[in-house]
Design a binder for this molecule. Structure first.
Ligand SMILES: C[S@@+](CC[C@H](N)C(=O)[O-])C[C@H]1O[C@@H](n2cnc3c(N)ncnc32)[C@H](O)[C@@H]1O
Length: 284
């Protein structure tokens, strides 16, 4: 009980970006699953269940909107290392399909654009960022995704995933099977977004996926940072658009959409989870 309270308190301060990075929960076991306690079969089983729970309507909606979906094997192999974890809520990695489809369309619609700047906040194990890198690669585009998290990329830790069975590893090692995508397209930065973004100096962000702290203040700051650097047609996707669980996410996104600078489309995963696709309007 006390531990749960402490965890919630820590999460709250992490979301606010005020928990000192020195005490950030990355130790070498940030996800708090005792290494060795979960078997390979358990992770494989969770992976099979997650794969079966993908709602076909969601894929249809993404395909209708964006005309392309990632290869099934790519998504599920990547998810097994980066999304299939032991946690209380249901495993659902639909954002991979949405990020891939929306970015492919964005790139395909701009054949004269030489390179693309992307931003992700909240890297975790790297699922979202590798999906976006794959979309760039499949479209034959050049571009860089800057992705920010308080978790490190080059310290060996346990990630609460199937690869933990072979010992702790860095994020770069975890993503070794997707090495080419990582090398060509991804820049990992460590720190709180409210500090790192100020130091970035990105002049333009064509496409952003915002998925770090789910508090209102954190997302509001990230949205403002990105919106200042976007032009008509540019995109912001926000994860976890769910009023019951993440009222701060919904409030920050609604404020963006109410300004009328962006049009929004909600992609609903299940009763609880949605992803808001926001596109900067041509005329305000
Ligand atoms: C929901 S996960 C991101 C999932 C990831 N986008 C994916 O596709 O797998 C949220 C991540 O945000 C990080 N995070 C939370 N608050 C943050 C903040 N204020 N600044 C940077 N990272 C933060 C957490 O450490 C966690 O790894």
């Amino acid at each position: 009980m006390l531990n749960r309270f402490k965890r919630r308190l820590r999460r709250h301060f992490i979301d606010k970006g005020v928990w000192p990075i020195a005490f950030a929960p990355y130790g070498n076991n940030p996800f708090e699953v005792t290494p060795g306690e979960v078997s390979k079969e358990t992770y494989l089983d969770l992976g099979r269940k997650a794969r079966k729970s993908i709602p076909p309507e969601f894929l249809q909606n993404v395909e209708e909107a964006f005309h392309s979906l990632p290869q099934e094997n790519f998504i599920h192999d990547l998810a097994l290392s980066t999304q299939v974890v032991v946690k209380q809520s249901e495993l659902l990695y639909l954002h991979g399909y949405l990020l891939y489809g929306a970015l492919r369309t964005y790139v395909d619609e701009r054949p004269d654009q030489k390179t693309f700047n992307l931003l992700e906040t909240g890297t975790a194990r790297g699922f979202g960022t590798v999906c976006m890198a794959k979309a760039l690669a499949d479209a034959g585009a050049s571009g860089k995704i800057t992705t920010v998290d308080i978790l490190p990329s080059e310290e060996a830790i346990y990630w609460n995933c199937i690869q933990d069975l072979d010992g702790p590893r860095t994020r770069i090692e975890l993503l070794e099977p997707w090495k080419d995508l990582v090398e060509n397209h991804i820049i990992f930065l460590q720190g709180y977004t409210n500090i790192v973004l100020r130091q970035l100096g990105l002049p333009r962000i064509h496409f952003a996926f915002l998925d770090s702290g789910h508090e209102y203040e954190t997302l509001k700051m990230e949205i403002e940072y990105v919106a200042k650097r976007q032009q008509p047609g540019d995109v912001i996707i926000c994860d976890d658009y769910d009023k019951a669980q993440f009222p701060g996410v919904v409030k920050a996104v609604e404020e963006l959409l109410s300004s009328n600078e962006y049009g929004g489309r909600l992609f609903k995963g299940d009763d609880e989870r949605g992803y808001m696709y926001c596109r900067r309007r041509n005329e305000v």
